[in-house]
Each structure stands twice: as structure tokens, then as C-alpha cells.
Design a binder for this molecule. Structure first.
Ligand code: HBI
Length: 97
């Protein structure tokens, strides 16, 4: 099982991500899409990647605003799996805008 990263390590990794914030307990990013269908299309694409990685974000959907939260539930904190998922979410969001 992946180890929980230190707050310093998470802070360091957040520097390479687009618009994520958080700490060892979890990282999150909020994005606004052009429409509700566009937001759901992003969620659909994230679902495919989450299944591929076997690692799933918490997703809050409010009209066209999405908030993704990544934490490794089985480890009780942020691991490299969350960072890998966050990078893939950034790719999907970037290509959806
Ligand atoms: N997703 N965020 C998150 N955290 C987990 O611990 C997790 C998961 N997706 C699947 C999963 N655990 C397990 O089913 C597999 O790691 C075996």
C-alpha cells in the first residue's frame, strides 16, 4: 500500500499541479465549465481514468462547478496515487476548456 506523504512533500507536489490545494489529509481543485453538460462530460472522462487507475476522487457537482477531492481512503491520507489522479484530472479539464 502507498504511504501517506508528508505535508512538505504534498506542498512540493502541489506546485506542479494546476489549481490544487490541500495538505496530507487531502487535495482538492474546483473548476467551472461552460455548461452543466460540459461539467458532466468532464465527470464522465474522470470516471474512466479513475477506473483505469483504480483510484477514485470525491466529486462535488454544483451546476457547472466541479470540486474534485483526492485522498487515499485506505491509507488515510494523500499518497502518490492521489497526485497521479490529480495530474490526469488536470489533463481532462485542460482539454475540456
Ligand atoms: N480510491 N481515493 C481512493 N482511495 C482508495 O483507498 C481506493 C480508491 N479506489 C479503489 C480502492 N481504494 C481499492 O478498491 C483498490 O485499491 C483495491
Amino acid at each position: 500500500m502507498a504511504d501517506v506523504l508528508t505535508a512538505e512533500a504534498v506542498e512540493q507536489e502541489l506546485g506542479g499541479l494546476a489549481g490544487w490545494s490541500g495538505d496530507s489529509s487531502g487535495i482538492s481543485r474546483t473548476v467551472e465549465l461552460a455548461s452543466f453538460p460540459d461539467a458532466i462530460a468532464v465527470v464522465d472522462r474522470v470516471a474512466v481514468v479513475a477506473e483505469e487507475l483504480d483510484h477514485h476522487p470525491d466529486i462535488d457537482i454544483r451546476w457547472r462547478t466541479l470540486t474534485f477531492r483526492c485522498v487515499t481512503h485506505s491509507a488515510g491520507g494523500v499518497t502518490v496515487r492521489d497526485l497521479a489522479l490529480a495530474r490526469r484530472i488536470d489533463e481532462i479539464v485542460r482539454s475540456a476548456r
